[in-house]
Every structure is written in C-alpha cells, then in structure tokens.
Design a binder for this molecule. Structure first.
Ligand code: TYM
Length: 333
C-alpha cells in the first residue's frame, strides 16, 4: 500500500528491440532497489521513441516486448505503477504547456539533441528538439522527488529542475523539484569496442553492445573481442578505459565494491578478466531471458499489467493537471 508520506520516483526507458546491458545496469537495477522505499512510476516512454521513424506494426510489438523486458528485470507489478506513456494523455498536455515556459536557447544546448540531429540529418523534427520538455512533463506530472537514470540523462534532468523552479516562481508551489539519482557503479556503461563512448544500441559496431536478450555464446564472443590495452595489468585508472569499463560492469553486477573487485583481479591477465565478466553477465542475462520468454507467452497478463498501470497513473496525473490548469488560468469545464 502507498503511504501518505512515501516519496515518489519517476523513470522511463524508450522501447527498443532489446534492452542493453547499459540500460539494465544504469537504470533497471537501481529501479528495482528503490522500489522498496518509494512509490515508483516506471513508464515505457513510447511517445519519445516517435522522434525517430517507426513502422506501426513493428512498433506495437516492440512496445509489448519492452514491457515484458521491464517485468523480466524483476520489477514488482503490484507495488510499482508500470505503464505506457501514451496511455496517460496528461503527459502530452503538460508537455505543451511546459513548452511555453522553456526557451529555444535552453533546448538548443542539449547535447543529445545535437548528437541525434547530427546522426539523423534527414529527420530533424520538432519533436526531437522538444524531447526534453516531454521528459520534464513525465517527471513533474507525478510530483516526483527522485529520478533514477544513467549519467547520460543528467543534462535533461537539470532542465526539468529549471522548468519546475521557473513554473513555481511564476504560479506558486506546484511541482516538486526532482533530484537525480545515478548509481555508484555503472552510471555510464561504455562501448566494448570504443570504451570512451557510451554503450548504445545505435552503435554501428554491434560487438560493442551487450543486449539482455543475447544468447550466452554471443555474450562470450563479444566479451572476448572487448578492446583493452597493452599495459597488461589490471589497474583502475583512466589510461585504461577498456579495463575500467569491465571492472565497473563486474562491480555493478556483483554488488561488490570496486576496490574488492580490483583486488580480486590482482595478478590475473586480461583473458581471465574478460571471461569472468562474461560469466557474471551470463548469470544475469540467463534468468532475464527466460522470464522474458514466459511473459511474451502470456500477452493477457501483459495487458492486465499495463491497463492497471494506466489507471493508477491517470489518477495521479489528473490531480496535478487540474492544479496546473487552474494556476495557468484556463477556464475549468
Ligand atoms: P533511454 O531509453 O535511452 O535509456 C533508459 C535508461 O538507461 C540508461 N542508460 C545507460 N546507463 C548507463 N550506461 C549506459 N550505456 C546507458 N544507456 C542508457 C539511461 O540513462 C536511462 O536511465 N530520455 C530517456 C527516457 C525518459 C526518461 C523520462 C527518463 C523519458 N522520460 C523521464 C527519466 C525520466 C531515454 O531516452 O532513456
């Protein structure tokens, strides 16, 4: 049961074919840990994904498959509100209103916008530009106190805070100004091939990305190919970004501190490091894959989860929206 005092969390991920190890470590592991102490709204942010062209049939399947992956990561469906963003119309309504309190200059400084518009030069749409405002709406709608994300979302979170403060200054206390939560380990899981770049599903070199639906042998193969260096010593230092990345992954998945992990690899070679990291990834991915398959065989259950999630989310969202409409000066119906 939700207690009156319980603080609120909102977080979301874009539905893609398969969750990456970066998503899992940077976000989902922390979501699972935080669910005990917070009322959590975990959304599949399907509207955000429309900033890139999607084939309707494939997209519908991808969204359901992603819900199955949310559940496979072990989130409690009773305690948490798990839902599709597009099922709660208030997200787009609030996003429009907040657009009117966000400056073009702020949005053009967003590094993700700059990166993505460079990558998708044929489709630099207004949605891509206003993307962080929809994100702010997601968060502020539930009066969230905390937003657990990977490091790459920090700039968006700062903008959400600025928008909340600005709105509150004009209209009086309306939104909670949210804090960011990034994990101690794995807040930025790096590419296995170019360890100075974030691990990302859109990477052209697919050996750089581990997917939570990869088969064991594929994971082992990708780890064997992981780029390290020629120092031949397992040390935790910036000159060895490939090794550091493997140590972070191990630490995040084992729950052991970085110091303990580094000490346990003392005197071992890179081959052993890669194999042990591969093993611990497989240990996590295997049950994930199995649970995923079970959920995908039970679409009826998935429907129940997202319908109940939408109902619960709508209740909270409509209360905030009513307040916002009134404060802005819209005539009530
Ligand atoms: P998305 O879908 O790109 O990623 C989902 C979550 O995974 C984290 N993540 C990573 N963490 C560590 N290392 C990596 N290599 C890595 N790659 C991804 C992301 O930081 C994120 O936490 N804009 C968001 C989705 C969103 C959202 C929100 C998040 C929409 N509205 C409101 C929080 C609150 C995004 O595209 O995440």
């Amino acid at each position: 049961m939700q207690s009156q005092q319980q603080k609120v969390i909102f977080s979301g991920a874009q539905p893609t074919g398969s969750m990456t190890l970066g998503n899992y470590i940077g976000a989902f592991q922390n979501w699972k840990q935080l669910e005990k102490d917070y009322q959590c709204y975990y959304s599949i942010v399907d509207l955000h994904s429309l900033t890139v062209k999607q084939d309707p049939e494939t997209f519908r399947h991808t969204c359901l498959s992603f819900l199955a992956q949310y559940l496979a990561s072990g989130l409690d469906t009773e305690k948490n509100v798990i839902f599709f963003q597009s099922h709660v119309r208030e997200h787009t309504e609030l996003a429009w209103l907040l657009n009117c309190y966000t400056y073009m200059g702020e949005l053009s400084r967003m590094t993700q916008f700059k990166d993505k518009s460079e990558k998708h030069q044929e489709n630099i749409n207004a949605g891509l530009f206003a993307y962080p405002v929809l994100m702010a709406a997601d968060i502020l709608l539930y009066r969230s106190h905390l937003v657990p994300v990977g490091e790459d979302q920090r700039q968006h979170l700062e903008l959400s805070r600025d928008i909340a403060l600005r709105f509150n200054n004009i209209f009086g206390e309306t939104f909670v100004v949210p804090d960011i939560h990034v994990g101690k380990q794995g807040a930025r899981v790096m590419s296995l091939q170019e360890p100075n770049k974030k691990m990302s599903k859109s990477d052209e070199n697919q050996n750089s990305v581990i997917y939570m639906l990869d088969e064991d042998d594929v994971i082992i193969k990708k780890l064997k190919k992981a780029v390290t260096d020629s120092y031949n010593e397992i040390l935790d230092r910036p000159e060895q970004p490939g090794v550091q990345n493997l140590l972070s992954i191990y630490s995040a998945l084992s729950g052991e501190s970085r110091e303990t992990v580094v000490a346990s690899f003392e005197g071992k070679g890179y081959g052993a490091l890669k194999m042990e990291v591969a093993e611990i990834i497989v240990e996590n991915v295997k049950p994930f894959r199995e649970k995923y398959r079970q959920y995908m065989e039970n679409i009826h259950y998935l429907e129940k989860v997202y319908q109940s999630g939408a109902n619960r989310a709508r209740m909270a969202a409509s209360i905030t929206m009513e307040d916002v409409r009134k404060k802005i000066g819209l005539v009530s119906v």
